[in-house]
Design a protein around this ligand. Sequence first.
Ligand SMILES: O=P(O)(O)OC[C@H]1O[C@](O)(CO)[C@@H](O)[C@@H]1O
Length: 226
Amino acid sequence: MDRMNMQENPVLGLATGSTPEGIYQGFIQEYNKGKVSFKNVTTFNLDEYTGLKKDDPNSYCYFMNEKLLRHIDIAMERVHIPSGTAVDLKSECLKYERAIERAGGIDIQVLGIGENGHIGFNEPGASFSSRTHVVDLADSTIQANSRFFKSVDEVPKQAISMGIQTIMDSKEILLLISGEAKADAVAKLLEEEVSEDLPASILKKHANITVIIDEAAFKGTLSASF
Ligand SMILES: O=P(O)(O)OC[C@H]1O[C@](O)(CO)[C@@H](O)[C@@H]1O
């Protein structure tokens, strides 16, 4: 928050999922206290399901509005979330990359991690050189995210996601890891080499990353070496 205040026009990369909700609550609290304004903040979200309309309660657009955007003074024209209902998804991805470039790149990217080590929706096997693209969701991701849907069959099978290179181009990354369900991914991160089989492993090569992890996700592995 302090660093955000220091910059005149910060560009924030935002994530969805349960993990960053506390940060968004913090933003809203600081805004309500009059300590921070989001008027000059530009945001880019990591990803969006394909096929869900913006007002679908399971879309990431809806999530962002509910959890953060409608509570603060951000200018909606500065908010960027890929459109999962665009007629031409490929050109939507290109448009998104260009918009990030035009904004001068992402200053701080807030990031979570999937149970299978995905970042954004870049599943195991995704190329480290990928840019914003349409992805097929892994079965394990569909299962994990089915908790938000009425049934697993309703979970979209595809999404638009910033690519791994897009994420790595962020000037700074804040990686948040919470809960026992992430413990295996964390153990692999600590033990295994950097490999496309574990998308989050590339983060070890980022020059400016902060990791905040809770005890449950850490599961007693006390010799982290990022
Ligand atoms: O924080 P959660 O709900 O475990 O989500 C894990 C990750 O999966 C995604 O939702 C997929 O986009 C990430 O953005 C998120 O960090």
